[in-house]
Design a protein. Sequence first.
Length: 252
Amino acid sequence: MYNNPVNHPVRTEKQVRVDLAAAYRLAALARWDDTIYTHLSAAVPGEPGVYLINEFGLCFEEVTASNLVKVNLHGEVVDGSGRQVNPTGFTIHGAVHAARPELECVIHLHAPWGVALSMLPQGLMAGSQWAMRLHGRLGRHPYEGLALGVQEQQRLVKNLGGLDGLILENHGTLTVGRTVAEAYMLMHILERAAKAQLRAMAACGGQLQAVPEELARKTLEQWVGDGREIDGDAEWPALLRRVDRQSPGYQN
């Protein structure tokens, strides 16, 4: 498990709301959405056990900072708004937030390349530089059907451990982050790595040239560095400008 990022200031609820709404819009622009399903959630600063999530029934491109809903670990609305959320969809998020209090954000998607990757028994291979950022940092969680009870939550959290994400077999992908930006960038990297791997496998009959274990580990260490900068620190301002241009109104 990585330590909290160095020199990162304490966040306000408004900052987290704006970043989470932007992440929803970016996911829509990337076509990672699944109509009104799947979620991006973020912890509310100063309110332990309280999280922000999308209102059920909204498309990702409709999410704004102000219409994000506050829920507790059970997916119950606690902001007095009376708005509807999808408690079944939050069971994954609630379990992860409870187990990993150092995290700000949890992203679970049914994005196309991630779902395809989830059907491969070998998972993500060290075949691209993107994949090497996640080398040894992705767990796997077996598919158990639509229901997600307490026992499965415990198994999912155990499979995640202190890692950066999970391949949810036959289902989708999950990434986590100490900031919304970090969770988003890790999902971006995972989706790109999955797309590159699957295209390469299709082009060469499934035979993939991967790098040796030692080199993959070295690349990960180079990427992560000393923790002073985390994924998303450099990219997020540019991504916010993209949302401002292509999907304005998310800050409202």
